[in-house]
Design a protein around this ligand. Sequence first.
Ligand code: THU
Length: 134
Amino acid sequence: MQDDEKLMAAAIAAMGRAYAPYSSFPVGAAILDENDAIHVGANIENAAYPVGNCAEASAIAAMVMAGGKRITMIAVAGGDGDLLCTPCGACRQRIREFGAGETPVLVGAADGLQRRFTLDELLPESFGPENLAD
Ligand code: THU
C-alpha cells in the first residue's frame, strides 16, 4: 500500500475512536512523522462544547508524546464524503507548527482519499516558529 493510502486508512480507523456525541461528526487524523512512525487521533468532544479537541490536535499530542518532532504528512478523515473535511483554521496553524509549506495534507472520508493539498495551499503566507527565531 502507498504511504498516502496507508495514512488515510489509519485516519479512517481513528474516526472509529472519536468521541463525538454532540456533533455526531466523527473525525480521525493520522500523522506520518520524520521517522516514518504513524500517530493517530480523533475528535474528543465535551459537554462544555468549546473544551472539545479536534482530531488533528489529538494526533499532534500523540506524536509529541511518542517523541516525534516533525509532520511529514497528515491525513484527515470525516464526514460522508459530500463536502471535504478539511482541517479547521486552528488546526491548520497547529499543523504548521510541526510541518512545512510543502507538507501534504490528505483529506478523505470513510470511503477513502478525496483530495491532496499542501499546507501552503490551506494556510498561505503563514506565521510559524521561524518568525520567532533570532
Ligand atoms: N473537527 C475536527 O476534529 N477537525 C477539524 O479539522 C474539523 C472539525 C471536529 C470538531 C468537532 O468535534 C466536530 O468535528 C464538528 O465540528
